[in-house]
Design a protein around this ligand. Structure first.
Ligand code: GLC
Length: 603
């Protein structure tokens, strides 16, 4: 690595000094009245090569924390929190303190370029304890409500602004074609239509009034991440260019038109070539054909995978940057990355035009966000995190996402005066009903963050509700049994299901116990995808797909008790059995429940 940026401050005279801004003394890039292009041009002309390379570098907060001054020493332009990477005390105020501390360090550099802080707020500001956690995308796909989705984006931005975090690695615009994929729940649906319409709505909400409180959104993961063979996460999407353009590109085309500020590249491959090195798709299609003017960021250590070996090399850095990646989510060994990047540029293997293009794109978004004028957290919003108003919106989204798939003899809606027995591991578990990307990367069972479980919601509405996780104690004295079953949290490849896709033994045992009582059984399925339940379905009197509702489980009970009628429609085809995967609308297969299916209450 060349000399640290901090030392370069001593030879400021060595670099071009552009004219002062409109009012004398202040450099033009600091004049918010000037057009962004002029500010970018002025700033770029003042930057050293090392300062430019620093802007192309994103480091994880944990890697920087022990020596935070490295942020300034190497002029690093961006910090991120990987999934669950939170300050020691996970409160909104502690996040704001952490953000402001990093920002103060960044502003102390020679040119005082603010850093931009990224995190995955994929269903609310989900890394932050106490934040409002919304239904995951698959539930919003069932709701099919663009206005609601936009409001969720805006509310998420408000909660992020209260903690300083100004860049959201969302929305995922993936088109989930095989439900075996561990990220199916991050998709709005199996056709390009829902990710296109709802993804654009979320971007509109997130980026509304950028910087006050709008945050930068990220269209991800470019492109074809949901179309891999076997639903293998980070696998290979083996389809024609015609199919890629028809199925997986439309959401990105719309997102670019919507003005999305960044695009994240997919770990996956297209016909055997890694997207992280795909110059045609990144530079020719995304940047030239779709005219994307924001910046392209790699995924987590995504460039390391290019040669199939552990770690990253100068060649991988070169391939990724020359393919069109503007910022690399290193995320840990930023010194090695900067050393290799500098070597590639010095050797002329990465042209300065590529470095300058990357910097123009990144700096333009920092100016667009107002970071030079408002670099610190808006503390007036910190108390809004997890507010009653935000939770009410989440509850509305939960209601709208509930999808009724079976309801024999009007078992649903439940009557408030009924004697109700509840069973199942997902009835009283905030962690399970929220799914992955909640407080931690993978999510986890238990009382992980404030909210209302589905059972608590039911007890708000009915007096006589008994709960036993395993269904022990059920007998004929009950009017109805409700089994809240499904999946435990997972994220990314940890959620891939290449084998069976049915309910686990615990759920099957509880269901069997309920069934043996002779009491009518209503099943509430809390899962990130359709499960293989055709064999059990005949024994169930009702089935409500609840997806992954998040912290406001009372939205589920609102529908169970008929305060709101179910209106959800399947955003994905529901398999007849796991062997049917992939099963998608129009493929000639006969699913158990078709794409777009959903019942409501008769009265
Ligand atoms: C992960 C995910 C990506 C996320 C990034 C940062 O591996 O693939 O969706 O934004 O890393 O957490």
């Amino acid at each position: 690595m060349g000399i640290g940026v901090g030392v370069l401050a001593l030879c400021a005279g060595a670099v071009g000094v552009a004219p002062a801004g409109a009012d004398s003394g202040r450099p033009a890039y600091r004049d918010a009245r000037l057009p962004t292009e002029a500010r970018v041009g002025d700033l770029l002309s003042r930057m050293t090569l090392d300062e430019k390379l620093g802007q192309m570098t994103q480091a994880e907060r944990g890697a920087l924390a022990p020596q935070q001054e490295d942020l300034a020493k190497y002029g690093i332009g961006s910090v991120l929190s990987g999934g669950g990477s939170a300050p020691a005390t996970n409160t909104p105020a502690a996040w704001a303190d952490m953000y402001d501390s990093f920002q103060r360090t960044a502003l102390g550099t020679r040119l005082g370029i603010p850093m931009i802080y990224g995190a995955d707020a994929v269903h609310g500001h989900n890394n932050v304890k106490g934040a409002t956690v919304f239904p995951h995308h698959i539930g919003l796909g069932a709701a099919r409500d663009a206005r609601l989705t936009e409001r969720i984006g805006r509310t998420t931005a408000e909660e992020m602004a209260g903690t300083g975090v100004d860049w959201n690695f969302a929305p995922c615009l993936c088109v989930a074609r095989n439900d075996r994929w561990g990220r199916t729940y991050e998709s709005y649906g199996e056709t390009p239509q829902l990710p296109t319409v709802l993804g654009a709505a979320e971007i509109e909400g997130l980026q509304h009034r950028l910087g006050d409180p709008g945050v930068l959104a990220t269209a991800k993961h470019y492109v074809g991440d949901g179309g891999t063979e076997g639903g293998d996460d980070q696998g290979d999407t083996r389809i024609s260019e015609k199919e890629l353009r028809a199925t997986h590109l439309p959401p990105f085309r719309k997102a670019v038109r919507e003005g999305v500020g960044s695009v994240m590249v997919s770990f996956s491959s297209w016909n055997g070539q890694k997207l992280h090195g795909h110059k045609y798709l990144i530079s020719d299609v995304l940047k030239k054909e779709l005219r994307f003017k924001g910046f392209v960021v790699s995924d987590w250590a995504g460039i390391d995978q290019l040669d199939g070996e552990e770690g990253f090399t100068g060649e991988e850095v070169r391939t990724a940057v020359n393919a069109g990646i503007d910022m690399v989510m290193v995320p840990n060994d930023y010194k090695k990355f900067l050393t290799l990047l500098r070597e590639e540029v010095d050797a002329g293997r990465i042209p300065m035009s590529r470095v300058d293009d990357a910097n123009r794109r990144i700096l333009a978004q920092k100016f667009r966000l107002g970071l030079f004028e408002r670099p610190f957290t808006d503390r007036s919003r910190t108390d809004d995190v997890g507010s009653g108003e935000h939770r009410a919106l989440a509850r509305q989204a939960v209601r709208a996402s509930q999808t009724l798939l079976k309801n024999d003899d009007g078992v649903l809606p439940l009557k408030r005066k009924s004697k109700i027995f509840v069973a199942g591991k997902n009835a009283d578990d905030i962690g399970n009903q929220s799914g992955g990307w909640t407080i931690t990367w993978q999510g986890q069972s238990g009382d992980i963050t404030p909210g209302t479980t589905i059972l608590e919601g039911m007890r708000e509405r009915a007096k006589d509700v008994t709960y036993d996780r395993n269904g022990e104690g059920i007998d004929k004295s009950y009017d109805v049994a409700v089994a809240v079953v499904g999946e435990k949290p997972y994220a990314e490849f940890e959620g891939d299901r290449p084998g069976a896709m049915g309910l686990d033994d615990e759920d099957l045992a509880a269901l069997k116990r309920l069934k043996s009582s002779g009491v009518p059984v209503a099943v509430v399925l809390v899962s990130g995808r359709p499960l293989d339940i055709a064999d059990q379905l005949p024994g169930w009197d009702a089935l409500l797909a609840s997806w992954l509702p998040g912290t406001e489980g009372n939205g589920v009970s609102d529908v169970l008790f008929g305060a709101y009628r179910p209106t959800g429609k399947l955003p994905v085809s529901w398999m007849r059995d796991a062997a049917q995967q992939p099963v998608n609308v129009g493929d000639g297969k006969r699913p158990l429940f078709p794409y777009g299916y959903g019942l409501t209450y008769r009265r």
